[in-house]
Design a protein around this ligand. Sequence first.
Ligand SMILES: Cc1cc2nc3c(=O)[nH]c(=O)nc-3n(C[C@H](O)[C@H](O)[C@H](O)COP(=O)(O)OP(=O)(O)OC[C@H]3O[C@@H](n4cnc5c(N)ncnc54)[C@H](O)[C@@H]3O)c2cc1C
Length: 290
Amino acid sequence: MKAPPFAYVRARELPAVFALLDRHGDTARILAGGQSLMPMLNMRVTQPGVTIDITRLPGLAGIELKNGNIHIGALATHAAIGASPVIRQHLPLLADAAAHIAHPAIRNRGTFGGSLALADPAAEWPACCVALDAQLVLASSAGTRRIAARDFFQGLYTTALQSHEVLSEVVIPVPAAGTRHAFIELARRRGDYAIVGVAALARSQQGKLCQLRLAYLGAGETPVLAEKTSQAFDLIDTFEKALTQAQSTLASELAPAADLYHSAATKLHLARVITARALKQLVQLAQPAA
Ligand SMILES: Cc1cc2nc3c(=O)[nH]c(=O)nc-3n(C[C@H](O)[C@H](O)[C@H](O)COP(=O)(O)OP(=O)(O)OC[C@H]3O[C@@H](n4cnc5c(N)ncnc54)[C@H](O)[C@@H]3O)c2cc1C
């Protein structure tokens, strides 16, 4: 299919974007990497009055360390994040997750901000941002506001972004020294959206995991931070017992919907499998080499 007719404006600066959004409201769509919007237009899932191309806006594609936080501009591409030495050093969870997003051509154009704004529950970046306790910066003609990732995702493809706002950057605190990470996902074929996945972070104290954060993708309408499951590890001493407890608690925290190929029960089972893999990986990383 072909996209319906729509007006197109290439913006050169943020105030021009704000003015267009203020004027057109809900009928405007921001165009970033176009890797989701263009297919949606072609399938006529969306029919915007005006499309505002922000790809040439200056200053929105940076990846920088400032005062203990990593600032990632909304226009940073998936590929740039995966290849960034700053990300590899300070947020290796993101570097690992980037490799799971689609294929190289899509990673070269698709953007961090576009993925977060779209809020596909099976996407990698939203779950990583929840696990890392990221803050999203939303800019408009009224100024900027910050919102925690866990409050930003509100439902299926639904976020706290209002029609006059642009997601301009994401601020992620650098995890404390000694923080371990694991990113595991299952997909039918490499490059497909995940069936289910988990972004995991933990610290280790004397070989025991603590301050565990498990954020799941493909396990509900939004990324899910499984807090009760994480707490099992702080409360129980032996790894095997904690793992059993965590796997039984998961059912009360995840609500995966069936898809064309997997029942909800299968997805929950797979979530337990990847949880075990992630936790074993974190424990191995936490133990000193023999
Ligand atoms: C075949 C295929 C496979 C894919 N597989 C995966 C996958 O495995 N994992 C995954 O995560 N993604 C996958 N994607 C999606 C891809 O990652 C997209 O890049 C991403 O979802 C959207 O980013 P974009 O920059 O292309 O945004 P666009 O397509 O330009 O925009 C997407 C939506 O976000 C809005 N938007 C974009 N930027 C902003 C902003 N800064 N502020 C406010 N609103 C904004 C747009 O208005 C639009 O509604 C796949 C895409 C394809 C075509």
